[in-house]
Write a protein that binds this ligand. Structure first.
Ligand code: KIV
Ligand code: ZN
Length: 512
């Protein structure tokens, strides 16, 4: 059993985070995120729900085969075939965990599962026993525990611990709980369940009432020793508890908490930026810890205080969570080694020479147009390069004509699965004309729900980072593209979303 002073961080960005509409990630993106999470030193990475689709299975297998320090976890419903599939996907992991779950609230049992409480206990026990055939590290979650009857929760949990579950996770699935009561629930369960000392109690809180972090911390004060959370609070609906907020609250208030995590907090900002770039979900400027304004002091009184004595207005140091000055690092004459070295410092490890070469030649092309290249430029450029590999639709050529008094048009060549196709369409503006040209070739039937442009650094020669959100048959997919030319960045973003839509098989939602 672990020491009571260790708080385990279970990251579910790749699973519950991916359940955010539009946040689906490719296998390669998941591997990149998993490597960043390993550098952050999370204890457990929930890599996905392997029974959801072939794509999810492959992504979990890929993460399992590259991660060495963290435990890799797969989610499964309490069904034999899900558990077997999860075990199969995790078989190459250095350390694996199977996380199985079954709903225990009256409303879920009656209306969703159509099972009696006795049947639920029996199925939960059978699922845990099945998972124990593959690993000693089995976690059980009574889904919607936050609305379950305490007596019934005690009964189920006692039974699954007897069946071999080593972690009991209490989810507030619909984000209904309040901090005081949720903390008390954890305390009551630990006190009333006779074998509770044989398992670690964990919590998994959703943010529907904006209380996910508060509820999780209250649970920790009442004996929970694992928190399930996500970078930037990504997750189903209003999201999950934000990892960075949990970790920094516990670290900053060691006068209150009698436990701590082993997270390397200096990696937090890097992880946050990576998730935001990959999913296209921007971080709001006033977001705690990772928002651009989280450490910015605007008022003169605050600035004066901080200059005189930092702790007058700052409870944490920006550098402790990984904020660095956005240094001008490279220019036109920088060589391949300097480029590679700086990217390593930023947390990027290329898996092959060809990946490094592709990134370096894009860096050179950018340096020809932009004199000073900053860390943020590099991050945007690398994300764009890595996600451009193995794509079905590739931009080969784009010529856009936009002048006063004329209708803009876009002459465009796309490579579609290796075959080049050219078209020329008009639109109400240059971006609209480009998207019309793409659609005249792809005929995706997608509806553009959101289009946004951000400049990565200051100045009119900055890289533009474009995010789009497309909807097709109720499915929402985001795409990102970066380029010094806004229209080219727009085309790349649209194509990146199309590549996700047409490159990925349909997946099943675990809770349906
Ligand atoms: O919110 C939830 O209940 C879940 C479970 C699968 C743990 O995500
Ligand atoms: Zn959840």
């Amino acid at each position: 059993m672990l020491s009571d002073s260790k708080l385990i961080i279970f990251d579910t960005t790749l699973r519950d985070g991916e359940q955010s509409p539009g946040a689906s990630m490719t296998k390669d993106e998941k591997v990149r995120i998993a490597k960043a999470l390993e550098k952050l030193k999370v204890d457990i990475i929930e890599a996905g729900f392997p029974a959801a689709s072939q794509g999810d299975f492959e992504a979990v297998s890929a993460v399992a085969s590259v991660i060495k320090d963290a435990t890799v976890c797969g989610l499964s419903r309490a069904l034999d075939k899900d558990i077997d599939t999860a075990a199969q996907a995790l078989k190459s992991a250095a350390k694996m965990r199977i996380h199985t779950f079954l709903a225990t609230s009256p409303i879920h049992m009656e209306k969703k599962l159509r099972m009696t409480p006795d049947e639920v206990v029996e199925r939960a026990v059978a699922a845990v026993k099945r998972a124990r055939n593959y690993t000693d590290d089995v976690e059980f979650s009574p889904e919607d525990a936050g609305r379950s009857e305490t007596d019934f929760l005690c009964r189920v949990i006692e039974a699954v611990i007897n069946a071999g579950a080593k972690t009991i996770n209490i989810p507030d699935t619909v984000g209904y709980n309040l901090p005081d009561r949720f903390g008390n629930l954890i305390k009551t369960l630990r006190e009333r369940i006779p074998n509770s000392d044989q398992a670690i109690f964990s919590v998994h809180c959703h943010n529907d009432l904006g209380l996910a972090v508060a509820n999780s911390l209250s649970a920790v004060l009442n004996g929970a020793r694992q928190v399930e959370c996500t970078i930037n609070g990504l997750g189903e609906r209003a999201g999950n508890a934000a990892l960075e907020e949990i970790v920094m609250a516990v670290r900053t208030r060691q006068d209150v908490f009698n436990c701590d995590t082993t997270i390397d907090t200096t990696q937090i900002v890097n992880c946050s930026k990576l998730i935001s770039t990959i999913t296209g979900f921007p971080v709001q400027p006033n977001k705690a810890i990772v928002g651009a304004n989280a450490f910015a002091h605007e008022s003169g009184i605050h600035q004066d205080g901080v200059i005189k004595h930092r702790e007058t207005y700052e409870i944490m140091r920006a550098e402790d969570v990984g904020w660095k000055a956005n240094r001008m690092v490279l220019g036109k004459l920088s060589g391949r080694n300097a480029f590679n070295q700086r990217l390593k410092e930023l947390g990027y490890d290329f898996t092959s020479e060809s990946e490094l070469n592709a990134a370096f030649s894009r860096f050179k092309a950018l340096a020809d147009k932009k004199q000073e290249i900053y860390d943020d430029d590099l991050q945007a450029l690398i994300s764009d390069t890595l996600s451009a590999e193995n794509e079905r639709f590739k931009l080969v050529f784009l010529h856009v004509c936009s002048e006063t008094g004329e209708t803009p048009h876009a002459q465009l060549t796309l490579s579609v699965a290796g075959e080049e196709k050219t078209t020329d369409k008009t639109g109400s503006g240059p971006v609209d004309a480009t998207y019309n040209s793409i659609e005249s070739i792809v005929k995706s039937g997608c509806h553009l729900q959101l289009y946004s442009v951000n400049n990565v650094t200051d100045g009119t020669d900055a890289l533009a980072e474009v995010s789009v959100r497309l909807e097709k048959d109720g499915r929402i997919i985001t795409g990102q593209g970066a380029d010094i030319d806004i229209v080219i960045a727009s085309a790349k973003a649209y194509l990146s979303a199309l590549n996700k839509i047409f490159g990925k098989l349909e997946r099943q939602h675990p809770q349906v």
